[in-house]
Design a protein around this ligand. Structure first.
Ligand code: ZN
Ligand code: ZN
Length: 362
């Protein structure tokens, strides 16, 4: 049986039935399909080719960069370009794709919406509409059958978790497991600007590499300067951003603390070492506890650059209706030490599914 026939996760009822039967420790029912899938569980040649380019090219760039670095070092302008473009694409993904488009943590002015969608698309993580649909499905079925990238897919044995970690980080993108946009992101599909930016995704990837190439040429005045900028501020920057994002999917469901309650089986964690590079996204336990909250790092000293950026946008009048946390709301989500376990169900599942899928007019 193919993964598609076993788990039409996106089509609702079968996945919901599988999720309902899940016991929290076994492999997901569809994971068994891997053994006898005879290739069907893996995507077709087109999907594999696109994934290979989108995920493999930046990794190849990292290899070239290490080779360049050997004995030559790296120029200051390359490092500054890398940092600047990492900020722009990273904020496009965290502030735009994640907090604004997926979870509607705030309302962005139309021009800001488009700028965020364009900036995030340059992160080589898929078109904005498909990103939003996949991420909403992750929240609808977190760490249960139907979740597109859970590290618990192959069970909770050591071997299963190691295999699941690879799946959650990187492996899931190669699978034939599409998320229907009509179910998970109809609001995005109804937005003309988002449709246009989505259609331009491949070209925005080209732009994401052309900018450092052009800037390197302008600064250094030579083809060599252009190429080193392309490697460092293009490919290495994208590779770093991708693996930080993917680590939120993999490590931030496996390692770290869980100070806030989440739904049953949802094992999202707060993982401080990734906080700075992920712009605050690694306060992932808090995020899964209250997905629409605009700030994920709510504790003292918990750096959250994406939330700080939203606050600046709010001061400028570009962001409104920001869903900032309140002390009372945080307290109501905090895990209690009176015996209420980590898997205590806070929210009825149906309400969460609705939250993930019902478009709210904005
Ligand atoms: Zn998550
Ligand atoms: Zn989220």
């Amino acid at each position: 049986m193919s993964a598609r026939t076993v788990v039409p996760a996106c089509n609702g009822t079968a996945a919901e039935a599988g999720a309902a039967a899940y016991n929290g420790t076994s492999a997901f029912p569809d994971a068994d399909a891997d053994a006898d899938a005879q290739g069907n569980a893996i995507g077709g040649p087109g999907q594999i080719a696109v994934t290979a380019v989108v995920a493999g090219l930046p990794l190849a760039g990292l290899g070239v960069a290490i080779w360049l670095l050997w004995g030559h070092g790296v120029g200051l302008s390359d490092v500054l370009l890398l940092a600047g473009l990492y900020m722009i694409t990273g904020l496009g993904l965290t502030v735009g794709f994640h907090r604004c488009f997926t979870h509607r943590s705030f309302r962005a002015a139309p021009a800001l919406r488009t700028v965020l969608a364009v900036a995030g698309s340059m992160g080589f993580e898929g078109s904005v509409i498909s990103w939003v649909a996949t991420h909403r499905r992750h929240h609808a079925f977190t760490d249960r059958p139907g979740d597109p990238h859970s590290p618990y897919r192959y069970g909770t044995s050591i071997g299963g978790l190691l295999r699941g970690l690879g799946h959650a980080h990187f492996g899931w993108m190669w699978r034939d497991d599409p998320t229907p946009v009509s179910r998970y992101a109809p609001d995005m599909e109804a937005d003309r600007a988002m449709r246009v930016v989505s259609a331009w995704f491949p070209w925005l990837c080209v732009v994401s590499l052309a900018i450092p190439f052009g800037a390197g040429w302008a600064i250094g005045g030579s083809l060599r300067a252009a190429l080193t900028a392309l490697v460092w501020a293009g490919l290495v920057r994208i590779c770093l951003l991708q693996h930080v994002t993917w680590s939120v999917n993999s490590l931030c469901h496996l390692l770290g603390s869980r100070p806030f309650t989440t739904r049953r089986f949802d094992r999202a964690t707060n993982l401080w070492p990734l906080a700075l590079l992920s712009f605050g996204e690694s306060w992932h336990n808090m995020h899964h506890s209250d997905p629409a909250c605009a700030r994920h790092g709510v504790g003292p000293g918990q750096v959250d650059i994406a939330a700080a950026t939203i606050a600046v946008f709010e001061r400028l009048g570009w962001a409104t209706d920001v869903r900032w946390p309140t002390a009372a709301r945080l307290d109501s989500h905090r895990r209690r030490t009176d015996g209420a376990g980590p898997d205590r169900i806070r929210h009825p599942d149906d309400a969460q599914l609705e939250l993930a899928m019902t478009p709210v007019p904005r």
